[in-house]
Design a protein around this ligand. Structure first.
Ligand code: NAD
Length: 363
């Protein structure tokens, strides 16, 4: 398939291929939409099997950022970038700075942050070449690691789900099966235990499991059993695609609400969860806390303001559940409609405003 075949029909505004011979940089920046504002999305540094694979990934991720920002009520569009190669072998100051210079040429249409394979200190390096970067360390006026804030947002989302299903948002006595106790999952585990939930965890990493057990006193289950546990809530906080043809009939929970991106292998799995009377919190709504946190950096970071915004995830999910009920559609479908509707309405207002500015400028 040609590059244009991948892009056409899905509304992508711009795809930039970046190459720097000296540092070995090969990167792709995809801007899906700037209708609501600059396209913000992290940089994934990953050893893709082919350039085609990298292109498909960056396009898919950029588009989902458009929905995430729109549903979160932010004045941001959607974009993403990938750097091709094994970060443990090729990451260097030279390469990251060359990458930063490419971002600078886009003049703020794309703003980056960390993602898989990039970390806080990498963003600090990129910042030396461009101001269009967030998720930097506190020393540079940044917001630090977004993971605990993402976890706080997931907690708000879980409470909205509990209210919807049980008529009370109380966590005391609720059972939670938590898959993945990495950066987000570990922080979420702490919040849940603190609020009286009974948490059981599963993880591929023995070290991460041990840390969760010793810090929070939780029970564990083997990897292939955690999603099958009879529980009020299943919280996926590891990889995407865990709601798929194989697992869909194995869930014994009433709610699926977690941080992982792209939880549904296909949209129809969302419909199936609805048929099974399992309430699904759409991933791009419940896990938007990290994005809200880095977005705040653009205005001069204020932790309290960011956390307040993250608490809004509770209300956003309530709106989506209401839309899903009203329209008899899945919660995933309702979240997409909600995001598309906001893009349509707000981009029209922005367009009008731009025209007004244009007129004023010619007077
Ligand atoms: P992480 O790498 O720190 O944690 C992932 C955890 O999942 C690790 O403990 C890992 O060992 C475990 N894991 C991997 N494969 C597994 C499997 N098959 N079964 C069980 N456990 C497995 O990542 P993170 O930053 O905590 O992110 C977790 C998820 O949340 C990812 O899908 C990420 O894209 C998404 N997310 C993260 C943020 C954020 O702020 N970090 C924001 C939005 C979404």
């Amino acid at each position: 398939m040609s590059v244009f075949e991948h892009i056409n029909g899905d509304g992508y505004e711009q795809v930039v291929f970046c190459s720097d011979d000296q540092s070995g940089l090969r990167a792709i920046i995809a801007i899906h939409s700037t209708k609501l504002g600059p396209a913000l999305g992290g940089t994934r540094f990953y050893d893709y099997g082919s350039e085609g694979e990298a292109l498909i990934d960056v396009l898919r991720l950029a588009k989902s950022m458009t929905y995430k920002a729109a549903a979160a009520g932010l004045d941001l569009g959607g974009g993403k970038a990938v750097i091709i190669g094994d970060p443990t072998r090729i990451k260097s100051e030279e390469l990251l700075r060359a990458y930063g210079r490419f971002i600078e040429t886009l003049g703020g249409r794309y703003i980056t942050a960390e993602d898989v394979g990039t970390a806080l200190e990498d963003m600090d390096t990129v910042r030396r070449e461009t101001r269009w970067v967030c998720g930097c360390s506190h020393t540079y006026g940044g917001s630090g690691d977004p993971s605990p804030v993402t976890a706080y947002g997931v907690l708000q989302g879980i409470k909205a789900c509990l209210l919807e299903v049980f008529g009370s948002a109380e966590l005391e006595g609720r059972t939670v099966a938590l898959q993945g106790v990495g950066k987000v999952g570990f922080a979420l585990c702490g919040y849940l235990v603190e609020q009286g939930a009974k948490v059981t965890v599963g993880d591929i990493s023995v070290d991460n499991l041990a840390r969760a057990v010793s810090s929070h006193g939780v029970e564990t289950l083997p990897l292939d059993e955690i999603h099958k546990m009879e529980a009020d809530i299943f919280a996926p906080c590891a990889l995407g695609g865990m709601i798929n043809d194989d697992t869909i009939s194995e869930f014994r929970c009433k709610i699926i609400a977690g941080a992982a991106n792209n939880q549904l292998a296909r949209p129809e799995h969302g419909e199936k969860l609805r048929d099974l009377s399992i309430l699904y919190a759409p991933d791009f709504v419940i896990n938007a806390g990290g994005l809200m946190n880095v977005e705040d950096e653009l205005r001069g970071y204020d932790r309290e303001r960011a956390m307040q915004r993250v608490e809004g995830i509770y209300k956003q999910l309530q709106n989506i559940f209401a839309l899903s009920r009203e329209r008899s559609i899945s919660t995933g479908g309702a979240a997409e409609e909600y995001a598309q509707d906001r893009i349509r309405k707000i981009s029209r207002i922005r367009l009008l405003r731009t025209t007004e500015y244009g007129t004023a400028g010619h007077q």
